[in-house]
Design a binder for this molecule. Sequence first.
Ligand code: IPM
Ligand code: MN
Length: 372
Amino acid sequence: MSTTKKIFLLPGDGIGHEVMPAMRKVIDWFQSSGRTNFEISEGLIGGSSYDAYGIPLTDRTLEQAKVSDAILLACIGGPKWDSLPFSLRPERGILGIRKEMGLFANLRPAVVFDALVNASSLKPEIIKGLDVMIVRELIGGLYFGEPRGIENSLDGRRGFNTMTYTEFEVERVARVAFELARKRRKRICSVDKANVLESSIVWRETITALHMTEYSDVELSHMYVDACAMHLTSAPQDFDVIVTENMFGDILSDLASTLTGSIGMLPSASYGETGSSGRRPVIYEPVHGSAPDIAGKGIANPLAMILSFSMMMRYSFAMNENANLVERAVQNVLKAGVRTCDIIEKDQTPVTTNVMADSVVKELQHLAQISD
Ligand code: IPM
Ligand code: MN
């Protein structure tokens, strides 16, 4: 291996404290078998950071994140911190790290695994083989627009937010989406609310212009966000890449991942711009949240976290063989009927987080042996 890659682990909150150690078992297998030589460190973010330091994101975590080659984050938040002032809530930790690292492009795949086609709430024929990639703008729009706040008015308190998009912001995320579409089925659907919102008019016109000048080989369509929500539930196979603004992407990606019946299986990635050091800041994380309802029970599905690790190896470090190995191991384990409670089918007995991770490690060992 040429250089040692620094990876930074942020378990966060809730089931993060279960799925991250489970994923560590997979990392440990790669490290001890000599296939990787990562330098690994771990930090706090979200509620766990608040509990230790009184804030959801410390300078130390941020600095460590910035000098790492890739970050693996589990999930943040939970009812324990719900009554905190806004600026101290766990969510501010994740929003802060996204903003500070400039992670403007969030890639959220919604994929149906063959072994899990019956786990969806939709009919198998509608979702079999589903493979949609949602590219969500991550550091603009309503989430970050100014002015924002809560003020007094004659009608009582008034809360307000602003949705803004500049051509620059739209173009850089659209470029990521077009490039991805080129490597996939070459179809992109841009989602907005251009019949109502000015920010969406800029969004739509910028994407149309970019398409004409640089990406006319990709098929582009536009859809309003409400229509897109309907279409995703009735005919999700029509989509290849969806590109959309921050808030719409938040909602649609939850919808799309739920359709797959395997939200506990889906990894995601958030990218920034490559810096002068040649390093591209990126966080890999499961699509799922901190699942307070099952946290602490040891039953969460660790596969999204494990697949986030393989996504990191593939996309940040071009370790394709290692990534293939993890993905094959996961598929085989599922085929063998090993299931956590979220992906259980009738007649199956659910396994714990640790048993699932151990099964993946065992399968890795098996696959490595038969290929040697
Ligand atoms: C997500 C989450 C976050 C978001 C929260 C935790 C701030 O829902 O990653 O989708 O809204 O972006
Ligand atoms: Mn969300």
